[in-house]
Design a protein around this ligand. Structure first.
Ligand SMILES: Cc1cc2nc3c(=O)[nH]c(=O)nc-3n(C[C@H](O)[C@H](O)[C@H](O)COP(=O)(O)OP(=O)(O)OC[C@H]3O[C@@H](n4cnc5c(N)ncnc54)[C@H](O)[C@@H]3O)c2cc1C
Length: 278
């Protein structure tokens, strides 16, 4: 992408009105690390990194994360029910994490983007602001390429993720061929355990399938089952049989299917152990 002009607004309304006036010629730039992967099109950049949309706040049972919060800041933040540091840790290099933002990672989704699966598993809420603010569940937001939801002048302003409670566990795994490489397979899961049974489960995968998606058949197979490894094994085997896995970087599709099942067992086992207090 070629940026031929740069506008640096100081507040949200000015950024929105600049983007609205520019229409198709305008381009919101947060960290700018995705420009490298986009085609060569001339655009006027509207820098959205000075709009006061950075930072993480805990409010009630949720973390409110500003859209321009860097992945480095997500990694540094620590709290009992906070898990996105685990995802940020596995995103590229520290230099990239310092400038890449959460918003940039989830507005125009590449197959390797690391955060969509985690936000799907966590049942996040995403806020897009135009004239008014509109909230999307992660299921609606990621039900296709998210950029489809944005009109010129509309920006993602914040993301809300629940604080994990006792009895809940999170698992995340990104499989790469080389250190700091793009993902071959990514998965995340949140499990709630009550009285030895799985009382709640959300699991999502990406990279090895076309777009980040929840694996609803695995979830259905696990709901209400005994909280043990045998239940996980059976649900992964039965719930993934119909998925169209896609190999990358020399992997056959068949190998991708095998890798997908192994990665899913890893994240589900990690989530289960944490939910059981281990
Ligand atoms: C060498 C390299 C390796 C990388 N490896 C990985 C990796 O392994 N995994 C990974 O997940 N990422 C990786 N990234 C980062 C990747 O490019 C992400 O997409 C990055 O998080 C984008 O964030 P950004 O802030 O730079 O977004 P930008 O590049 O500034 O923007 C990305 C897109 O989102 C739009 N946008 C940004 N913020 C908003 C907003 N608030 N509202 C509306 N639209 C918005 C922009 O208009 C643009 O279309 C890598 C980047 C590089 C350069």
């Amino acid at each position: 992408m070629k940026l031929n002009e740069f506008i640096i607004p100081e507040d949200l309304k000015s950024a929105q009105s600049a983007l609205e006036k520019l229409g198709e010629k305008g381009f919101a730039v947060a960290g700018g690390t995705s420009l490298h992967f986009l085609g060569i099109v001339e655009k006027t950049a509207v820098d959205i990194s000075h709009l006061g949309l950075s930072g993480i706040q805990k409010q009630g049972g949720a973390y409110l994360i500003g859209a321009t919060t860097s992945l480095g800041d997500l990694m540094k933040f620590k709290d009992q029910g906070w898990v996105l540091d685990q995802v940020a840790l596995h995103t590229s290099t520290q230099q990239i994490r310092n400038i890449s933002t959460l918003g940039g990672n989830i507005v125009r989704v590449f197959p390797w983007n690391d955060f969509p699966v985690a936000l799907l598993a966590l049942d996040a809420t995403l806020y897009i602001e135009g004239v008014a603010e509109k909230a999307y569940s992660s299921d609606d937001y990621f039900n296709g390429q998210p950029i489809r939801l944005f009109q010129p002048g509309q920006l993602l302003t914040r993301v809300e993720v629940p604080v994990l409670k006792p009895g809940q566990g999170f698992g995340y795994h990104k499989e790469v061929r080389l250190h700091a490489g793009f993902s071959l397979m990514t998965a995340a899961a949140v499990i709630t355990v009550k009285s030895g049974r799985i009382d709640g489960i959300r699991v999502a995968a990406s990279a090895g399938i076309a777009l980040p998606a929840r694996l609803t058949l695995v979830e259905a197979a696990l709901g209400g089952q005994a909280a043990d490894a045998a239940s996980l094994q059976q649900a992964v085997a039965n719930g993934t049989a119909a998925l169209a896995w896609k190999g990358k970087e020399g992997m056959s599709d068949e190998y991708a299917a095998h890798l997908g099942r192994v990665v899913l067992m890893d994240v589900l086992s990690a989530a289960l152990l944490q939910a059981q207090g281990e």
